[in-house]
Write a protein that binds this ligand. Structure first.
Ligand SMILES: Cc1cc2nc3c(=O)[nH]c(=O)nc-3n(C[C@H](O)[C@H](O)[C@H](O)COP(=O)(O)OP(=O)(O)OC[C@H]3O[C@@H](n4cnc5c(N)ncnc54)[C@H](O)[C@@H]3O)c2cc1C
Length: 369
């Protein structure tokens, strides 16, 4: 396909923005991409990608560069706080015909996406104003330069400034958890995705290749503590399984609070929100990256199918993406509610039916995009 006349700006070079840039380029568009941060400013954390992320990466023709990275995850093991088995999910069976589940360092996925985006990202750049014109968008950048685009894609995360500038929504809502992340070297041997479920708290350990473990923990709450490593030792010091050995070597803990974005509409005029800017949820199902990658695939398909009718493309895009992102939001809330059930009631149920219940949370996502 030859170059398209549509002038497109993608704001934000995270997973969603870079994947959108990649998908648009594959569809013959030549988007500009801007990013607030300087190049290479990414904390060292891990990422677990369920099978539908692999399918979307395949549609973006990026499965080749991702396949050697990280660790393929075959099984999820759920344990109680003492480290005794509750249930398992056979991921190869669950995601059969869709894609492999993989855990990897976030920076490695980012590097693949950055190369795949195929054009220069303008770093250290923010949008100051957007002006919704009848068939275009006027943009002023913080350095005072201006430009006009046929479409502006806000991929600037849960606290999206494009969302505010286009009057599509306010700040994100707290989703109710404090979350901790760290990458551990010289940790205990952990071969599979392993989560210990406690009382309104949980601790997850996943290998991400080269002897590294991605550790993710959460507790109910909305305020991050000043000493996250100390808080983790206090919260999880009595847990069993691999947790004591992980806590011993734990260092460089990143802490935050979960946020949710729920909007009545994802576009106004020629401004569209994608990824966390449109539909952030708590990361309980690890679907944020997969949803962002799927958004990119469907947006490019919608624009290509609608020719230069941007409004029709945005309407088609939203009606295709809504059911899947709504499913993720609702199942995330369902799973988070189970945290409030006391382990004495919850654990016997999980021992009997946990594998089926947890697998069921992904049912709609197994189907086509
Ligand atoms: C603790 C935690 C653990 C998670 N674990 C997982 C997991 O294991 N698996 C998974 O799939 N998902 C996980 N997620 C969710 C996942 O990180 C997000 O869903 C995903 O990163 C969304 O991508 P995005 O590009 O939409 O947003 P972001 O990753 O937030 O990227 C937005 C980009 O826009 C830039 N930006 C922001 N404001 C501006 C601006 N004004 N102008 C220009 N650029 C701007 C930012 O610097 C950033 O580069 C987790 C989230 C959290 C909080």
């Amino acid at each position: 396909m030859g170059g398209s006349p549509l002038r497109i700006l993608v704001v934000g070079a995270g997973i969603a923005g870079l994947a959108v840039a990649r998908a648009l380029r594959m569809a013959g568009f030549r988007p500009d991409v801007t990013e607030r941060l300087p190049p290479g400013e990414h904390a060292e954390t891990g990422l677990y990608l369920p099978g539908n992320a692999a399918r979307a990466l395949c549609r973006l023709d990026l499965d080749g560069p991702v396949r050697p990275l990280g660790h393929v995850v075959h099984r999820q093991r759920f344990l109680d706080a003492a480290g005794m088995p509750l249930c398992e999910v056979d991921l190869d069976a669950l995601w059969s015909g869709v894609g492999e589940c993989r855990a990897l360092p976030r920076t490695e996925l980012h590097r693949v996406l950055l190369t795949g985006a195929g054009g220069a990202v303008r770093h250290d750049t923010e949008v100051r104003t957007v002006d919704l014109l009848p068939r275009s968008v006027g943009v002023t950048f913080v350095d005072g330069t201006t430009a006009e685009y046929d479409l502006v894609v806000g991929a600037d995360g849960p606290r999206s400034s494009i969302r505010a500038l286009a009057a599509l929504g306010g700040p994100p809502r707290p989703a109710g958890q404090v979350v901790y992340r760290a990458v551990v070297r010289d940790g205990p041997p952990v071969a599979e995705w392993t989560a210990l479920l406690g009382q309104r708290a949980g601790f997850l350990v996943v290998p991400i290749g080269a002897g590294r473990l991605h550790c993710y923990a959460d507790e109910a709450g909305t305020t991050a503590p000043a000493d996250p490593a100390g808080r983790l030792r206090e919260l999880f010091g009595g847990y069993g399984g691999p947790v004591p050995a992980v806590l011993e070597v734990l260092d460089g803990v990143h802490v935050g609070v979960t946020e949710e974005v729920e909007l009545g509409c994802w576009s106004r005029g020629r401004v569209l929100l994608v990824g966390d800017a449109a539909h952030a949820t708590a990361p309980t199902l690890s679907q944020g990256a997969a949803m962002a990658l799927e958004d990119a695939v469907v947006l490019a398909e919608s624009l290509r199918a609608a020719g230069n009718d941007v409004e029709a493309a945005l309407a088609a895009y939203e009606s295709r993406r809504r059911p899947r992102t709504r499913w993720v939001r609702d199942r995330t809330r369902d799973r988070n509610r189970t945290r409030d059930v006391p382990p004495a009631l919850r654990d016997p149920l999980l021992r009997g039916r946990g594998g089926r219940i947890f697998g069921e949370h992904y049912r709609l996502l197994l189907g086509p995009l």
